[in-house]
Design a protein around this ligand. Structure first.
Ligand SMILES: *[C@@H]1O[C@H](CO)[C@@H](O)[C@H](O)[C@H]1NC(C)=O
Ligand SMILES: *[C@@H]1O[C@H](CO)[C@@H](O)[C@H](O)[C@H]1NC(C)=O
Ligand SMILES: *[C@@H]1O[C@H](CO)[C@@H](O)[C@H](O)[C@H]1NC(C)=O
Ligand SMILES: *[C@@H]1O[C@H](CO)[C@@H](O)[C@H](O)[C@H]1NC(C)=O
Ligand SMILES: *[C@@H]1O[C@H](CO)[C@@H](O)[C@H](O)[C@H]1NC(C)=O
Ligand SMILES: *[C@@H]1O[C@H](CO)[C@@H](O)[C@H](O)[C@H]1NC(C)=O
Ligand SMILES: *[C@@H]1O[C@H](CO)[C@@H](O)[C@H](O)[C@H]1NC(C)=O
Ligand SMILES: *[C@@H]1O[C@H](CO)[C@@H](O)[C@H](O)[C@H]1NC(C)=O
Ligand SMILES: *[C@@H]1O[C@H](CO)[C@@H](O)[C@H](O)[C@H]1NC(C)=O
Ligand SMILES: *[C@@H]1O[C@H](CO)[C@@H](O)[C@H](O)[C@H]1NC(C)=O
Ligand SMILES: *[C@@H]1O[C@H](CO)[C@@H](O)[C@H](O)[C@H]1NC(C)=O
Ligand SMILES: *[C@@H]1O[C@H](CO)[C@@H](O)[C@H](O)[C@H]1NC(C)=O
Length: 415
């Protein structure tokens, strides 16, 4: 019992300082700093009010938060911030070998607190847990993430972290100046442009080659992907409501390794056509690609891309939303013959070849007028180049003429 008391005594000195924005926490173990955190945190919670209606409130971590329940141990530590009335937010960290990680984040909120949750029809205390992406933080380094990260702990509760600086294990009492930076903060390095296969260097394997390149063995030089013709129709008797043609290459980073794979025209095409949104879902060789389009009354755009693929190191799944790609007027189609590269997320990019798409307003199963991407328009460039060349030529002729005239003039005078 006395040991337990000592443990609590020594490990529960938390010092919380409130900054203009955010919170700084210093957890002490026997007068030595053992955990440090400086972060900005806000919550968003949906709860039920009278008449089966839902209400959503957003609030920041209040300044009255206390870190007294935080604890440090040799291989595990807890950052726990409790605030009135009956709410708390905590992160469990574990240390293994030369790195530490956050095991889970737990948010406890008390719906009985009418100051935070007015008119709540429930008086329960709700606990939600999620696993944050704080892994592989080198021991003796601080985890740093300035970018905003929204963690969806449940359909009803979100938390948004930003300007995060945490060292969960401080071994010698001094916060480290070395940082382990989150991927969201790292500058987006341009994805290398795929080099195309030149026939001369292609080595044809002597074995019976299968046509499909498995995604697990991407070759550094991929051939231009095959252009697939896709269409989606509501039922067999109707005409297509969504048309798409493209060759697709997927660039993805798995376990910090960048790889590329060509997407072969799939065996399975599905989707949906709506007034405001349409979707094309393609499946091929264990790769799933879904493209979601929005109709913003006048224009359409590719709004979200979701890619799931199986590699030898496991499943890679990424989705990017709130995109504004492939934009064209509703009632027309979007076309881009040149190769294009789109960064969807930090870990996912796509390359398109001979792209033509119409997600809305397809009539008689045929493409409407195409809006061409600017890349494709050499028709503008050619007259400019020709014009500039001609202007240069004329200038040279004029200069030559002027110089020639002067020389002859001077010649006459000296004679
Ligand atoms: C309120 O949230 C609950 C739980 O997610 C959901 O079942 C219900 O449909 C929502 N009610 C309304 C009116 O949105
Ligand atoms: C959070 O992680 C810790 C350490 O792994 C574990 O003991 C605890 O049960 C987890 N909590 C939840 C709610 O999953
Ligand atoms: C919660 O509400 C129920 C009825 O809605 C009531 O019986 C119970 O006493 C309340 N509990 C608390 C802690 O207020
Ligand atoms: C503690 O370690 C950090 C780096 O991990 C170093 O910068 C600092 O000087 C050390 N402090 C002491 C008191 O040893
Ligand atoms: C959580 O965040 C997502 C995305 O920002 C949002 O769509 C959702 O409504 C949020 N949920 C709550 C409960 O606030
Ligand atoms: C805590 O973080 C904020 C935002 O990044 C920064 O402005 C502030 O200086 C930090 N506080 C300390 C004590 O490092
Ligand atoms: C930062 O980390 C590197 C590599 O781990 C190490 O060589 C260096 O001494 C560290 N610097 C400090 C100030 O701890
Ligand atoms: C490669 O060979 C094919 C036919 O074998 C030809 O159509 C293509 O133009 C060649 N490509 C290059 C880059 O030489
Ligand atoms: C290659 O194909 C031949 C005939 O199609 C077959 O006899 C042979 O077993 C195949 N070899 C391999 C390695 O699949
Ligand atoms: C398609 O048309 C045929 C012949 O008109 C009809 O028998 C069939 O039920 C229709 N199918 C659907 C899904 O409407
Ligand atoms: C992406 O696709 C996978 C599998 O097709 C699915 O499980 C996941 O929910 C999708 N994600 C989004 C955000 O649509
Ligand atoms: C696009 O959206 C507008 C407004 O929602 C709607 O009136 C129009 O019919 C839609 N166009 C198509 C082709 O679905």
């Amino acid at each position: 019992m006395s040991r337990y008391a000592a443990f609590v005594f020594f490990l529960s000195f938390g010092v919380v300082s409130h900054l203009s924005h955010g919170i700084e926490v210093k957890v002490m173990n026997k007068d030595k700093l053992c955990l440090y955190a400086n972060l900005t945190l806000s919550f968003s919670v949906t709860y039920e009010v009278a008449d089966n209606k839902n209400k959503t409130v957003s609030f920041e971590l209040p300044s009255s938060a206390s870190s007294d329940d935080s604890k440090c141990d040799n291989t595990s530590s807890i950052l726990k911030l409790s605030f009135p009335d009956g709410h708390s937010w905590s992160v469990n960290f574990s240390l293994k070998d030369k790195s530490y990680q956050a095991e889970n984040i737990t948010f406890v909120y008390n719906l009985n607190d009418s100051k935070v949750f007015p008119d709540s029809s429930s008086n329960e205390t709700v606990t939600v847990t999620t696993k944050p992406d704080i892994t592989d933080v080198g021991v003796n380094t601080c985890y740093s993430c300035k970018s905003e990260d929204t963690l969806i702990a449940s359909p009803l509760a979100n938390m948004t972290l930003s300007d995060v600086l945490i060292q969960a294990f401080i071994l010698n009492g001094t916060k480290s100046e070395n940082l382990t930076t989150c991927s969201a903060d790292k500058p987006v390095t341009p994805t290398p442009t795929p080099t195309h296969v030149t026939n001369a260097t292609t080595v044809v394997p002597a074995t019976n080659a299968t046509t499909a390149v498995p995604p697990t063995t991407p070759t550094p030089t991929l051939p231009t992907p095959t252009v697939g013709n896709y269409s989606f129709k509501h039922d067999v008797n109707s005409t297509a409501c969504l048309l798409a043609n493209f060759g697709l290459r997927i660039g993805f980073t798995q376990n910090k390794k960048y790889q590329e794979v060509n997407f072969d025209p799939p065996t399975e095409v599905s989707g949906s056509c709506g007034v405001d949104s349409s979707e094309l879902i393609l499946m091929s060789n264990g790769i799933n690609v879904s493209l979601s389009f929005y109709n913003d009354t006048k224009k359409f755009r590719l709004h979200a891309v979701n890619v799931t693929l199986n590699t030898s190191s496991g499943i890679f799944a990424q989705s990017g939303a709130n995109l504004s790609l492939w934009e064209a007027a509703v009632g027309s189609s979007y076309m881009c013959n040149k190769e294009q590269n789109f960064t969807i997320t930090d870990l996912l990019s796509i390359y398109t070849f001979s792209l033509h798409v119409q997600p809305f307003g397809v009539k008689n199963g045929l493409y409407s007028t195409a809006h061409e991407c600017s890349l494709d328009d050499p028709s503008i460039l050619i007259p400019i180049i020709v014009g500039a060349a001609l202007a240069g030529l004329i200038l040279i002729v004029v200069i030559a003429y002027v110089i020639g005239r002067r020389k002859t003039h001077v010649g006459y005078q000296t004679l």
